[in-house]
Ligand binder design. Sequence first.
Ligand code: GLU
Length: 497
Amino acid sequence: MAASNAPDVRVRFAPSPTGLLHIGGLRTALYNYLFARKHAGTFILRIEDTDRTRYVEEAEQDIREALRWVGLAYDEGPEIGGPHAPYYQSQRKDLYQRYAQQLVEAGHAYYAFDTEEEIEAMRERRKKEGQAAPKYDALTRTEMRNSLTLPAEEVERLLEEGTEHVIRLKVSRGETVRFEDVVRGHVSFETAGIDDQVLIKSDGMPTYHLANVVDDHRMQITHVIRGEEWLSSTPKHVLLYRYLGWEPPVMAHLPLILSPEGGKLSKRDADELGIPVFVKDYREAGYEPEALVNFLALLGWNPGTEQEIFTLEGLVEAFSLERVGSSGVQFDLDKLQWFNQQHLRAKSPAELAERARPYLEAEGLDPEADYLEAVIDLVQDRIHRIEEVATTNRFFFEDPETYEEKGVKKRWKSDSAELVRAYADRLERLDGFDTDAIEAELRDLADECGVGAGRIIHPTRLSVSGLSYGPGLFSMMAVLGKDTCIRRMRRAAEVLG
Ligand code: GLU
């Protein structure tokens, strides 16, 4: 292999703990993880918790739990540490202060003492003068109270007295900020549209922009992979890198996740369409983590082949940022169901038995391990979600108390009770109770009575499961066992008459 001077890949997932992790956030984490593993690099978790007003206590726990659930292990981060600890921005305050200071000294940032009211008054004034969307920028900063307009002694005095202030980035007008994005190609923004960003807030905490840039640099992040909603922040970051004299990392902005009906998938749309938004909801709904990962991987990326089913390792192997698309991708819940089914099929009955246990327990069911595995072996290809072992397949663990109305209407004929009883009598005399023997008895009986096999199969199915659909009848009966089948058949004959 040719020697390369490129630095080792280091990427980060940098969520703000402002609420439960949503699927879009998990996709960002996944792409970072895949990219890191693909390049034998480092995947970092950094908690961007500088906005204390939006801080949610349980959020960090939820983020970590979500990552653990789907198997995205990070190499550096909170609780495990690393060479750039701490990985909480709230604990790195002094660092941001230092760089803000450096920017002020270099003339790229300044102190601003204006109150909310003063800023509002400026906006009103400007609007009256006909300016459409006035902001604190090169056009207006000259009429505000800041270290660019006030005499140096006054600035010093205000600072010494501890007057409330912020530090703002001095963005010059009439410039075009350009950068290359791996996903979007060439991107440019006019500085005229960017206001003098607050870098340090009045509580001394940095804003997202400053903290993000400082940490990405200090943590030697080589690639920033994040959602498209951050694209408009990037020119501000590019300016910060430039003013701080640093090389910006490679940028890759992932396409928006769209509603199945088009448009950005908002929480409200999702609720209306029955699409879970939070990762936790998927876990609780019993989706396989492998399926969710597979689904999210293909929500914005494609392998360039027909292959659809991937394990996490397979994704690492196949992943590349070059194959991430730039146009929005529609969320398709049916597709996720399909992935879930495929990943269920790929697991062993023993694995699935373990997965199904909590759902059975929640239903008050506690089947023997061997029996449960036999049931799963039979239904594995039919279920879409693991919880169905305990719901639609409940009859494997408990005699049915009711019989599906539609099925009874259609399948339970005047001679059904008699045929089911006769079949039960025959089964009772059987020595073994295997699929073939069970079937042979039914066919013999059908011949003897001069009826089609269906005439016995359907009522028998209703009798033993309470349902008109399910796995193959004879295998199902073999798993249920002789006593259970006969008991259920006799009861149904009596109840349904
Ligand atoms: N804290 C930001 C978030 O919540 C990070 C954005 C970025 O990756 O730069 O997503």
